[in-house]
Design a binder for this molecule. Sequence first.
Ligand code: PLP
Length: 390
Amino acid sequence: MINKDLLEQYDKYLAKTYNRFMLGIVKGKKDLVYDSNGKEYIDMNSGIAVNTFGINDESWKEAVISQLNKVQHTSNLYYSEPQGQLAQLLCEKSHMKRVFFSNSGAEANECAIKTARKYSHDKYGKNRHVIISLVNSFHGRTITTLSATGQDVFHKDFDPFTPGFVYVEANNLEAIKEVIKSKEVCGILLEVIQGEGGVIPLDEHYLQDLSYLCKEEDILLIIDEIQTGIGRSGKFLSYMHHNLKPDIVTCAKGLGGGLPIGATLFNKKTEDVLDPGSHGSTFGGNPISCAGAINVVERIDNILLEEVKIKENYIREQLTDSTGIKSVSGKGLMLAVETTKPASEVIAKCMEKGVLFILAKDKVRMLPPLDISLNNLKIAIDTLKEACKV
Ligand SMILES: *Cc1c(COP(=O)(O)O)cnc(C)c1O
């Protein structure tokens, strides 16, 4: 349900960049949201993996309000406590060495790309600047992160792009070796589970071999954890399922628990690449966003991660071999379902019944709050199963 005036405002004044569901969300509580008529919905997408602990979470809200009572912005010309504290927490949990803060996923990836190029420039001189990314990847909407994105649908109409990006087929190590032979490569950028590409995990062997190849060739392994990170996959960061040792890691979405923040993490090899003046952001590391993020990151502990895995198992058990469901992919609470009926029909049916899912390519995607209640999870999955029946 959506209020007519609001619909008219959108029609008249907003850029037409989104195909929206006919639903206006006016408030929420944890894993539930409400429209202007008071109709209740179970939120199975958390604002695309952003509201890690759902909506209006008490502890998170307290952390944010407490910071709001102190100072909302300082600029990065001064020191600010939330930024220092969050950086330390992120480094401790990821075993990375340093962090640069920005405001979004695309910006976190921009910083990763700049760092990879500067690393190579400092060490090998000009021209060793090519970054390999994967077909079907998604890395953002700025011109450079679009250039890194291996999906033509996003490219249409926006050329010319930033040079120096090459796409290769996922899970094909030979394809990468071919590029390395013919081009001067400084980095490989990938998602361990391709999110917008349809929630598709990369192969274990491929990741291991690729990681080894990167070390041997001194090519930086850059992992985009923007959708998969911050507990979403059942580990703090999804590469931890595979014991990978990336050189640069990017986070955003779930990090702020609903506030805009991006983070680019560096290891020993890359921690000193960015020096004074080489990069910056006015809003990056904003104290309010950092206070929210500290609350989120502190709460991603082993008990919560275990809970995420238990919920994944429950969902898989329920959906595997259920009528109208062809497959389930993904990890933790980042899952997608291939349905016999068109996914958009299934999603519309579920919305009617009070459960919100979203699309990932032609699949039904779910990214619920990590602490979704078992009761609401059960209702959501039962509703999905029912809607998939032909
Ligand atoms: C969402 C997403 C981005 C872009 O993040 P924004 O905050 O929208 O700029 C980049 N990479 C991945 C894997 C994402 O899922």
